[in-house]
Write a protein that binds this ligand. Structure first.
Ligand SMILES: Cc1cc2nc3c(=O)[nH]c(=O)nc-3n(C[C@H](O)[C@H](O)[C@H](O)COP(=O)(O)OP(=O)(O)OC[C@H]3O[C@@H](n4cnc5c(N)ncnc54)[C@H](O)[C@@H]3O)c2cc1C
Length: 402
């Protein structure tokens, strides 16, 4: 390819910023990052925005390479055959390569009453709205957090530390990712903060009203503010644009993160589904995936075969208010192991991680190509094993159906 090459990155979160910064390694590449906001959302701090201890935004100047053009806009359609995206506010952009990094947000509020009365927390705007609602409510108002993954746990702890009366409804187990030892530690800290935890599969919320949540067994829990934290959904841009996606709408790619439909489209972060076996939605995975996506495009530009993705490092770091946290170690299959660090040291590690994220992005902005976690050895064999197992599973399902 000769002349100037235009790479459009859709989505300026962790994966998109990492990818955009890395693309500036080549002088003959122009990079445009399209993102609907002027500021970078530090999503892993959104529960702190709700609790009032952080604004959860960072100026793009601090994390984005000078050479990247930021277009504050929203991509409404990708026209793959024409290599063009349509923008909501300002026309169209042609591209040579597109990096799809639109991330995730809250899930559909399908439980009756949830869309009307519950408050999601997965995006900046949702977290800001929830903060306003909390500010307007009396301190003694009962708060229910529905969903006890890391985001629900962090939100419940943050609000309880502010003196709120919080109930955390798990709809299953507390912190499904955690090892049983880690879970016990989290349960202990939540109890110290005064959070009531309702777990077990019977305690699934089936309806939300203005002042209560209702369970499957007919019980009702008074709830003046209901926070909805039951997982992340992804934008439907890829599906709307006629690109192949998995069942939830993540762009389907091969192991180099290249779209199954088009070698000019590469995906990263929460909205990528490599081989239909996506990594856990997390910042921990989004940043290396962003680097991997850029490396795939850079390899193609250099006429080289892009390398397959391999992640070798997994963990989960959950804050439990400002004074405690847990760092849950995991194996190379992303399964939690017995080892964790909790209490005050856990909180300090979590804070270091949160501070380290914009720094990783800034380092890549200042020295493109310097990030290397996605190239760390290990992880390849595990990924291959996982792919083989999933192929066997698909074959078995086809056989069963035949
Ligand atoms: C409260 C909370 C705490 C969390 N804590 C942790 C944690 O401790 N550790 C961890 O690993 N993960 C954590 N996560 C998860 C983590 O934030 C996400 O997995 C991560 O943000 C994914 O990064 P991403 O770059 O794929 O997407 P995002 O960060 O979601 O960024 C995507 C960007 O794309 C933009 N976009 C979407 N559609 C379009 C479009 N059509 N056109 C242009 N731009 C578009 C979005 O507005 C957004 O700016 C947490 C999440 C929340 C909500």
């Amino acid at each position: 390819m000769t002349g100037n090459i235009h790479v459009v990155v859709v989505g300026g979160g962790y994966a998109g910023v990492m990818a955009a910064n890395r693309m500036t390694m080549r002088d003959d590449v122009t990079v445009t990052l399209v993102n609907p906001r002027r500021e970078f959302v530090h999503r892993v701090r959104l529960h702190q925005l709700v609790g009032g201890s952080d604004a959860a935004v960072v100026a793009y100047q601090e994390v984005l390479a000078e050479g990247v053009r930021l277009a504050v806009d929203t991509v409404t359609r990708i026209d793959a055959p024409a290599r063009r995206v349509t923008l909501a506010a300002d026309g169209r952009l042609d591209y040579d390569y597109l990096i799809y990094a639109v991330g995730s947000g809250g899930t559909e509020l399908s439980v009756p009453g949830a869309a009307e009365f519950a408050h999601p927390i997965g995006t900046l705007e949702a977290a800001q709205r929830l903060r306003t609602v909390l500010d307007a409510a009396p301190a003694a108002a009962p708060v229910t957090v529905v969903g006890a993954g890391p985001t629900g746990i962090e939100t419940a702890a943050e609000l309880a530390e502010q003196g709120r009366r919080v109930t955390l409804v798990c709809g299953g187990v507390l912190g499904p990712y955690l090892h049983s030892r880690g879970r016990r530690s989290v349960a202990k800290r939540l109890a110290q903060l005064g959070v009531s935890v309702i777990d077990g599969s019977g305690a699934k919320v089936t309806a939300v009203t203005r002042d209560a949540v209702r369970f499957a067994d007919g019980r009702e829990l008074p709830s003046e503010i209901t926070v909805w934290s039951v997982g992340f959904g992804v934008p439907d841009l890829a599906a709307r644009s006629g690109l192949s996606t998995d069942a939830v709408g993540r762009l389907l790619t091969d192991e180099t993160l290249t779209s199954m439909d088009d070698p000019r489209i590469v995906a990263a972060g929460d909205s990528a589904a490599p081989s239909g076996l996506p990594l856990r939605m997390s910042c921990l995975n989004a940043i290396p995936l962003g680097a991997r996506a850029a490396d795939t495009v850079l390899s193609r530009l250099a006429g080289d075969q892009p390398k397959n993705l391999h992640q070798s490092f997994y963990a989960q770091c959950v804050s439990l208010g400002r004074k405690a946290g847990i760092y849950q170690f995991a194996n190379r299959s992303d399964v939690a192991v017995w080892l964790h660090i909790d209490d005050g040291l856990g909180a300090r590690i979590k804070e270091l991680v949160c501070k380290g994220i914009p720094k990783h992005l800034a380092d890549e902005a200042n020295k493109p190509g310097s990030f290397s976690l996605h190239r760390a050895p290990g992880g390849v064999a595990k990924r291959r094993k996982l792919l083989r197992a999933s192929r066997a599973e698909v074959r078995a399902a086809v056989d069963r159906a035949a």
